[in-house]
Design a protein around this ligand. Structure first.
Ligand SMILES: [Zn+2]
Length: 331
């Protein structure tokens, strides 16, 4: 029988603590020690910040590290726990899922103590860290195959009061997009577990493409804004500049807003994120490459909408998503 997941330090210790979240070993791997930071300044909000849930989304771990450097001089009250890399096996492999068991960490919560390595990580986070926080920021990116604006997101939540508090928290990042994202594949997600416990959970989607200095500065500013709104640090929150604007908008998107490729071939984007498009506007072109007689196919906007996500130019299979559109949220 392996030992239970635990921290190598006491979270009640005042001031800065650095140590590890220990995930016990199992049949498929030995024990994991995930580096973790805590700053305890007594009474106040209790925040958990996590990154590296998906291994090919590296902006979150980088912003989490910046947060660890900044907090000791900035935090005035409450407790902040930062775990920059939830899934080191996936991050080391630059893979969305864990190579060892093929599982997506963000689909196995609350995890299993006697499960495979991904399930054991989820179990450790659920049992050791989640009870210590009232608010959780899980720092994701949309991934390297997409263009996507910096966004603070939530799924729709049945509890109207928790939904309102969660959207307010997401807006407090002051990122260009606050997104209410209706999504079908939510079983086992970290946010669903936390929200079922009445906690405010914001999932950021820190862009796509490549990790760049300008975008990282926007993401870091967003997290700092959220900490100001929580009252953990003092300061004035401001919209970072994105596409030459300092503003934000609340958008909503549903599964029917995903545009799929009509054929296999190379997708050529013909618009940019946050473009406003009318019904029938050209979103992109699919170029079949298996026959020179096959004509390029235009992919058009199904209705008046805003381009939320667009595939970077790349080869796609038939029925693979190439764009996602959204609309301003109806209050
Ligand atoms: Zn992710």
């Amino acid at each position: 029988m392996s030992e239970a997941p635990h921290l190598t330090f006491d979270l009640e210790t005042p001031g800065v603590s650095r140590g590890h979240l220990v995930v016990p070993g199992g049949a498929d791997s030995g024990e994991l020690s995930l580096p973790i930071f805590s700053l305890n300044k007594g009474e106040g909000p209790r925040l958990l910040v996590t990154g590296g849930n998906h291994g090919n989304e590296l902006e979150g771990p980088l912003v989490a590290r910046r947060l660890i450097e900044w907090l000791p001089e900035a935090q005035t009250c409450g407790r902040v726990i930062v775990l920059p890399v939830l899934n080191p096996l996936a991050v080391q492999a630059w893979s969305r899922n864990t190579p060892l068991d093929g599982l997506n960490l963000n689909r196995v919560f609350p995890g299993r103590g006697d499960g495979s390595v991904t399930e054991r990580i989820a179990d450790a986070v659920s049992r050791v860290l989640l009870p210590m926080a009232d608010t959780i920021f899980d720092l994701h990116s949309f991934g390297p195959a997409w263009d996507f604006p910096p966004a603070a997101t939530t799924h729709p939540i049945a509890d109207r009061d928790l939904m309102a508090r969660t959207v307010r928290m997401a807006e407090a990042f002051k990122l260009p997009v606050t997104l209410v994202w209706e999504y079908n594949d939510t079983v086992g997600m970290f946010d669903i577990l936390a929200q079922n416990q009445g906690k405010v959970f914001v999932c950021t989607e820190f862009g796509g493409g490549t990790v760049g200095a300008d975008n990282l500065a926007i993401f870091e500013a967003g997290v700092r804004n959220a900490l100001i709104a929580l009252g953990l640090v003092e300061g004035k929150a401001e919209y970072p500049t994105f596409l030459e604007k300092k503003s934000g908008q609340i958008l909503e998107t549903r599964p029917s807003d995903e545009l799929k490729s009509p054929a296999t071939g190379i997708f050529e984007p013909r618009c940019s994120v946050l473009d406003e498009v009318k019904q029938g506007a050209l979103i992109g072109i699919l170029h079949p490459m298996d026959s020179l007689s096959a004509k390029p196919i235009g992919i058009r906007a199904p209705g008046t909408s805003i381009v939320l996500a667009i595939r970077s130019g790349r080869h796609v299979h038939v029925n693979e998503e190439v764009a996602i559109v959204a609309r301003p949220q109806k209050i």
